[in-house]
Design a protein around this ligand. Structure first.
Ligand SMILES: Cc1cc2nc3c(=O)[nH]c(=O)nc-3n(C[C@H](O)[C@H](O)[C@H](O)COP(=O)(O)OP(=O)(O)OC[C@H]3O[C@@H](n4cnc5c(N)ncnc54)[C@H](O)[C@@H]3O)c2cc1C
Ligand code: FES
Length: 253
């Protein structure tokens, strides 16, 4: 984890979401793994934690998906190509290596970046993505036809009407290898808890979104209760097994 400069090369927008492609020469930043994040300068007192969407170590490119929510993310959304930012990272842990086992990748809204990143590196035919949102505007057209993925929207404006839970049930019905898959998720906490309760039998890892102050373990602004005591999401996570969070047993923080 170190401070680095990022140069904005390209930007695309989709309703309230922007995809920002930065360039960096920092080799350690380009060794980032799915689930890890950077603290990005955002014209606010505190930097903002943002997961990596994609990386290309040959061209030195790092991509992020930003959902415009408040002051910091709006600043990032409004950046123009040519802008320079300071960032700290890569920070946190990564999703474990499934080592060829089938894996379901469930992303909700701005929780999709680690799932997209995983879909770029996992072996073909071992994974299936479910991407959920409230409506069409929440679903950024990220996935090409070659990536097995299913879209779900609460209002039915795109893909299957319903939540990611419904999407996963459909995938399991169509391809039974996923009935015993690993489950990796990232998204709003109610979505992750719904997944945990719907599929308590699955080995489920989730990347937690918590408010962060420092991003490097000092301020205790991001703590979460686990069965192994209090943990800091920024340095002990953001990826946790839901069993360690106690969510599979109805013991929630
Ligand atoms: C490890 C990690 C990775 C993340 N990755 C991404 C990412 O890849 N892309 C992305 O867009 N965001 C991501 N986030 C969330 C992002 O950091 C927050 O949305 C951001 O800090 C909000 O800052 P802000 O200044 O825009 O809003 P603030 O001014 O801090 O908040 C504005 C309003 O939005 C509400 N709010 C803030 N954050 C959230 C939230 N997460 N969920 C629901 N309501 C919220 C607040 O309650 C407030 O009402 C990640 C968070 C974590 C912890
Ligand atoms: S954000 Fe400061 S300890 Fe985690």
């Amino acid at each position: 984890m170190k401070q680095l400069k990022l140069f904005l090369k390209d930007k695309k927008t989709w309703f309230d979401t922007a995809i920002l492609e930065f360039l960096t020469e920092e080799k350690k930043a380009l060794a980032v793994k799915p689930g890890m994040f950077f603290m990005l300068e955002a014209e606010t007192l505190l930097k903002k934690p943002i997961s990596v969407l994609d990386v290309d170590s040959r061209s030195g490119s790092l991509k992020f998906l930003i959902r415009r929510i408040g002051k910091g993310t709006s600043f990032l959304y409004d950046l123009k190509p040519g802008a320079e930012l300071t960032a700290i990272g890569p920070s946190g842990n990564a999703f474990p290596d499934p080592e060829g086992r089938p894996v379901l990748l469930a992303g909700g809204g701005s929780g999709i970046p680690p799932m997209f990143f995983l879909s770029r590196i996992l072996p073909k035919k071992t994974f299936h993505v479910v991407y959920g949102g409230q409506g069409k505007a929440d679903i950024v057209p990220l996935f090409g036809k070659s990536i097995p993925h299913r879209i779900t929207t609460d209002d039915g404006s795109l893909g299957l009407k319903g939540t990611v839970v419904k999407g996963i049930r459909k995938i399991m019905k169509d391809d039974p290898q996923f009935c015993k898959a690993l489950l990796f998720s990232c998204g709003p906490e109610p979505m992750v808890k719904a997944l945990t309760h719907a599929f308590p039998e699955l080995n489920h890892y989730t990347s937690l979104e918590r408010y962060m102050g420092c991003g490097f373990g000092v301020c205790l602004g991001c703590v979460v209760k686990t069965v192994n005591g209090i943990k800091r999401v920024c340095v002990d996570g953001p990826v946790f097994n839901t069993k360690d969070l106690g969510w599979n047993h109805g013991h929630e923080d």
